[in-house]
Write a protein that binds this ligand. Structure first.
Ligand code: ASP
Length: 289
């Protein structure tokens, strides 16, 4: 039994057409279904999914990143392997194509969980990760064309994925450029294990939204801990999004448990997402439930 859910961010707005993202999300889930059928691990599939989303330029992560107020592209990413509880993250990384691959390298080749800023960039360079080169040619500015996202409004976009593999292992991965018009050095929930990303042997969670609120609620781990305490995944996810809403925040999360149950609550207008059910069905939604 395998299952997967990915998101392309909870910053979706009704006046925007997301047909290209819907096609891309479906193709990605179908490709990852084949990987899972071939026996790939949850961690590998979560990372491969996020690499595809980063490379597409369609979402506010990787190639689609938006710059901060100083014009710099500071990217955040994290991942967690539920079976081993190993985790890796990078924050405010500049100059590299796939922040999620840097997060993986942190997990696999250092005793640390997170590297940030200049140290993260030096590390990515030393590991031979692919540099961006000409930023003007690389970045597509996804989601920026149709309005101007005033600074301070925490308009946002992100990508993430949760996977259950055939051996019952769970994993989660998340990658972002953060909120539009963020201050230089601002770090959101995405690279913070327990806030933007979590996986243990019961649940995998990837969040998207105004990261400050997901930090203040320890959102991703809180979902898993609620499941451990006996709530269903759906109840747990909804309770956390309701907490965020009560604090004044917006966003959503995707979650998967070890039975393959999926939850995708959000309090924003929409959340781009696609998933593979345990019966092999592929679904895509942006505004619907
Ligand atoms: N949570 C991300 C952040 O605050 C943004 C997003 O998910 O859209 O950096």
């Amino acid at each position: 039994m395998t299952a997967l859910i990915l998101h392309g961010g909870a910053g979706a707005r009704r006046e925007v057409n997301y047909d290209a993202e819907a096609v891309h999300m479906r193709e990605t889930v179908e490709a990852m279904k084949a990987r899972l059928d071939a026996g790939a691990s949850a961690l590998d599939v979560a990372i491969e999914t996020v690499v595809r989303l980063e490379d597409s330029g369609l979402y506010v992560a990787g190639r689609g990143a938006s710059p901060n107020l100083a014009g710099a592209y500071e990217l955040d990413a994290s991942l967690m392997d539920g079976a081993s509880r190993r985790a890796g993250a990078v924050a405010a990384l500049q100059g590299f194509r796939n922040p999620i691959l840097a997060a993986r390298a942190v997990m696999e080749t250092t005793p640390h969980v997170m590297l940030a800023g200049e140290g993260a960039a030096l590390f990515a360079h030393d590991r031979g990760l692919e540099p961006i080169g000409d930023e003007a040619a690389w970045f597509t500015h996804a989601g920026q064309g149709d309005d101007n996202h005033p600074p301070g409004t925490l308009a946002h976009g992100t990508v993430g994925c949760c996977v259950l593999d055939a051996e019952g292992r769970l994993a989660a991965a998340t990658s972002t450029a953060g909120v539009f018009g963020k201050a230089p050095g601002r770090v959101g929930d995405t690279p913070l294990i327990a806030c933007g990303t979590w996986a243990d042997d019961r649940a995998a969670v990837s969040c998207t939204g105004q990261g400050e609120y997901f930090i203040r609620t320890a959102a991703a781990a809180q979902v898993a801990w609620r499941v451990e305490a006996g709530q269903s995944l759906g109840e747990a996810g909804r309770a956390v999004i309701d907490q965020i809403g009560a604090l004044g925040g917006d966003g959503g999360l995707i979650a998967l448990d070890r039975t393959g149950a999926i939850a995708d609550p959000f309090n924003s207008q929409g959340m781009k997402r696609a998933w593979l059910t345990t019966s092999g069905e592929v679904r895509v939604e942006v505004f619907g439930r």
